[in-house]
Design a protein around this ligand. Sequence first.
Ligand SMILES: Cc1ncc(COP(=O)(O)O)c(C=O)c1O
Length: 415
Amino acid sequence: MSAPRLDVAAIKKDFPILEREVHGGRLVYLDSANTSQKPRAVLDAMARYYEQSNANVHRGTYLIAEEATAALEGARAKVARFIGASAAREIVFTKNATEALNLVAKAWGRANLHAGDVAVLTELEHHANIVPWHQLHDELGIELRWIPVLPSGHLDLRDLEALVEGAKVVSFAAMSNVLGTILPVEQLVTAAHAAGAIAVVDASQLVPHVATDVQAWGADFVAFTGHKMCGPTGIGVLWGTEAILDATPPFLTGGEMILNVTKEGFTPNEIPWKFEAGTPPIAEAVGLGAAVDYLTGLGMDAVRAHEVELTAYALRVLHEQFGDDLTIHGPSEAIERGGVLSFTFDDVHPHDLTQVFDEHGVCVRAGHHCAKPLMRVLGAPATARASLYVYNDEADVDALSDAIAAAADFFGASR
Ligand SMILES: Cc1ncc(COP(=O)(O)O)c(C=O)c1O
């Protein structure tokens, strides 16, 4: 049975920012891999929380403090259901995905890794899943190995078994933020476990776009970030199995992560609060819970089907219009990728391209996308990256195409 379709015209109306004009025209937002826009339901839920129930959590004995606690814990339960976690206590709220990945490296890594131990990454990782491991290399003397990326944008898995042999941790993105490539998560998790390593999945780009079932993946940790999935900034998620979260020492300390403190020492709280030092992002959790409700209402199968269709349209239209002048990196088949289109056009610098796009109201990011090792593999110091979400349609892709044509005219690129 085919997935129900998204009513994009109706969805656009859910996002107040899409009503505004920029440079005298409509706003064409094509930067959702960077951060997504927020539907009114999320903005309203956060405003309602502040207007009606604002209080600190887990401490008050009065009504609105109990409401605030229920709102925070209710959001945790929604997130757990959304990613197929077996219990809400497996959901740790962090500031963002970067903090979640740092938690894994700094708390689990420092407790479990020693000089000479191996961490395996892929060449397409975001810096958030590289630098914490570099720090452990410098601090503890761990060794980093890299799963290579092929020119097609897929991983080269021919030597996977040898690469993970003897490793203690295999940490990888579920979807590349530059190439859009969807990685074979279950295969990588299985290989990690067969080698005796834990598997850490950076699902920042996947969770907003593809129905996710962390138990089916079988990983040990999964990190993602609220602001790319219609939620607010300031909140991220680390999911871990109960066993690994229980066995991992606290990361940041103080406040809610404490059960008892004496002059001699401290006893940490139970999971997940053991990892949530200080006042948590309460309004942000409420917003994330509302974002989860919003995406659930759309249906994640419909979200994915829409993005595959729109990505296929974009790949076709852009290729037809610009041929070999436009290089789009990553897998050529829409079904193998998310709606992330990183490209270079002729010899025009991506920053120059996106400045012209801006004059046409088209928001596209240019740069290295926090994935410098991958950019070196691609042989491009920077790309322009257009990224699609539930509120984009063919007219937005056409606007991108027109903006590229305008930039080509402006810079006199050969066409
Ligand atoms: C694959 C990937 N991992 C991690 C991150 C970091 O997310 P945040 O900045 O919300 O911590 C990003 C954000 O661009 C990303 O694309």
